[in-house]
Design a protein around this ligand. Sequence first.
Ligand code: SF4
Length: 208
Amino acid sequence: MDKKTAVTEGRMLPVMEAFYTIQGEGVHTGTAAYFIRLGGCDVGCVWCDVKDSWEAEKWPILGVEEIVDEAMKFPGRMVVITGGEPLMYNLGPLTSSLKSKGFTTHIETSGAHPFSGDFDWVCFSPKKFKAPHPSIYEVANELKVVIFHKSDFEFAEKHAALVNEGCKLLLQPEWSKAKFFMNDIVEYVKFHPNWKISLQTHKFMDIP
Ligand code: SF4
């Protein structure tokens, strides 16, 4: 099987980096996690802090077994698949291999491509730059909206109306605008208590 076919089938994937750290944001903040950052993103957020991830071709193509073997070297059994935009790929083979080894599988996605894979936790972070695929709404466990502009509160409510009832709703200040918008976010959550605040605590801890 050639590499292109293997990537199309999700048996090989471009991996920008993989590392063991603490989940810094969202519902699972503070939990030890192995992050797998896949290369490739076509969403184009102006404030993206991993622009290096955008070109998939820059990163080594690894087999699913090799990716899982690396994760096995660490004691934590929570894996977060992120990017880039990980749903550009068929995540079925990677997630089934991870689950067969006892990992719980999490994803962080903009939802811009059709959903794939077997996930225990889906963090859906929609972006204005590319509309989500409808398949994400019924599987999202966590809606995390980055606040970069005042209009993002309205954007957040628009997506909150489409996710399942049990989906956790989080507002997260974009790092460079955090000071500017923090007061607005605090006031918003005080008067819309179905939302919570998510902070990028890994940046305060100075860890990846
Ligand atoms: S979806 Fe994520 S990786 Fe892609 S441009 Fe936006 S912030 Fe960057």
